[in-house]
Design a protein around this ligand. Structure first.
Ligand SMILES: Nc1ncnc2c1ncn2[C@@H]1O[C@H](COP(=O)(O)OP(=O)(O)O)[C@@H](O)[C@H]1O
Ligand SMILES: [Mg+2]
Length: 261
């Protein structure tokens, strides 16, 4: 049987254990994510969201980080999954190459994948179109706004055609208007590409606007406090003044308060 789960985390724990201090960051975290879903993770600042994110991506942690439990991404270890391009990463700060144009930044993963010139052209065109970036294709990163730069980062992550997009507070540096714009963009991309998206945020509003379900983490040592399904249709721009929308915001705020104490 084909598994519908793309992420499976079992009893995950993480402890930073150096000579002079011991910090238990994650404790007994268990959850799974279905293929094709959009899930947010929210938690108090400093609770370990980025640590969890790094572990899910199989990015290296410091030597003194002790890890317990098990993570499986598409049935593989996280590092293997990342190396075999199952995972696309988008971080808080866009990490674009300034000497490359938008088009060339988006082409980078395609070049690394060793596609033919024709395929690269075709895929780049498709990505630029999907992201509505065609008219900016010859811009350099520094000539774009923060939101646009992040969009190019998303385009580059999509170049590998990963099944899973992992995003760690990607829009945190944007003002409200641009953040909302990018929220709409990411939903568009999700609907067009049918990827699974796991989105880390500390904004309650953003989590309700975007996701099908929200995982609330406690303060350190962080564990799962609640998982809330957001049963509202998309686009959420048609929902954000509804009483149900506010009910979810209030509910998550309450859990987040409880989880922070
Ligand atoms: N490499 C590290 N060594 C020691 N402590 C760390 C390291 N990385 C993160 N921490 C600590 O782990 C905790 C969680 O950090 P982080 O995962 O960045 O939280 P969040 O993303 O939720 O704000 C913080 O107290 C932070 O100081
Ligand atoms: Mg963080």
């Amino acid at each position: 049987m084909v598994s519908t789960k793309i992420i499976e985390v079992k009893n995950l724990g993480a402890i930073f254990d150096s000579k002079d201090k011991r910090l238990e960051v994650l404790k007994d975290i268990t959850f799974s994510i279905n293929k094709g879903s959009f899930v947010s993770i929210i938690g108090p600042s400093g609770c370990g969201k980025s640590t969890l994110f790094r572990l899910l991506c199989g990015l290296p942690t410091k030597d003194d980080c002790k890890i317990e439990g098990k993570i499986s991404i598409n049935g593989k270890k996280p590092q293997t999954a990342r190396e075999s391009r199952d995972i696309g990463l988008v971080l808080q700060k866009p990490t674009l190459l300034e000497w490359r144009t938008v088009r060339q930044n988006i082409q980078l993963p395609l070049e690394i994948m060793g596609y033919s010139k024709n395929t690269i052209e075709k895929k780049t065109k498709d990505l630029l179109k999907k992201l509505d970036l065609e008219e900016y294709s010859h811009y350099r990163p520094s000539e774009l706004s923060g939101g646009m730069q992040q969009k190019v980062s998303i385009g580059r992550a999509l170049g590998y055609n990963p099944e899973l997009l992992l995003m760690d507070e990607p829009f945190v540096a944007l003002d409200e208007i641009n953040r909302r714009r990018m929220n709409n963009e990411i939903i568009n991309i999700w609907e067009k590409t049918k990827k699974t998206i796991l989105f880390v945020t500390h904004s309650i509003e953003e989590s309700v606007y975007l996701s099908q379900s929200v995982i609330v983490l406690t303060k350190k040592p962080s564990t799962i406090y609640k998982k809330i399904d957001i049963e509202l249709p998309y686009p959420r721009s048609n929902q954000e003044n509804s009483s149900t929308y506010f009910k979810y915001i209030k509910e998550i705020r309450k859990y987040l308060n409880e989880a922070s104490n």
